[in-house]
Write a protein that binds this ligand. Sequence first.
Ligand SMILES: [Zn+2]
Length: 228
Amino acid sequence: MLENGRRWRAWSRVAVCVMVLALASVSDGEERQVVVLDPGHGGADVGLTGSYGTREKDVTLALALAVRRQLGERYDIRLTRESDRGLKGVRRTERANSFHGDLMISLHTGGGISRETNRIALFVQREKKGRPMAQGGDGWDEGHRPYIPESQALAAVLKRSLSLLDGYEGVGYSGVPLGMARGAGMPVVLVEVGNLTNPREEGRLESPEHLRRVAAAVAEGIEGFLTP
Ligand SMILES: [Zn+2]
């Protein structure tokens, strides 16, 4: 009995070691890439409001949650906010960095004086020409500078998938001074999905079915960029 007991303990120790090793190798193989989604605005900052009262901050959160559902378990998906709360631009970037994101997509809607215009616009941090800033420059900008080419590549794949959506006049793409990209240690693209000031688009952005289609296009772009 004692002999059997010893043997059993020895075997169970071996079994535990094998299990630990197996689990370690599984988690190594399954280290997921981190996708940061940033729903624009929130809290007192409602963003744009459509003529029927749709608020940009609600659309951006619904869209981020829809993108997360689309991407499922394949990536480690982090949101800068998961509820209706305000968040300063710097805090969004700090969060993305603390998540060690492989990319960050900030979600917004567009707007304008025209009630007819309806387009998608992509923005990345503008590339500064010339030498890196010596004195007086802020380190934040330099932190993101190495990621600008990757941001441009991410915007290019997003442009391809978003261009296939119906009902938009096209997908614009430009480099601008993008405050929230400052200091972000990852590629960052800001996406404006449709014009909330266009009443027809406002109706579509209220529809879960339309948001699902937009989310699928964003998810396809993310997968296209992250899949080697
Ligand atoms: Zn916005």
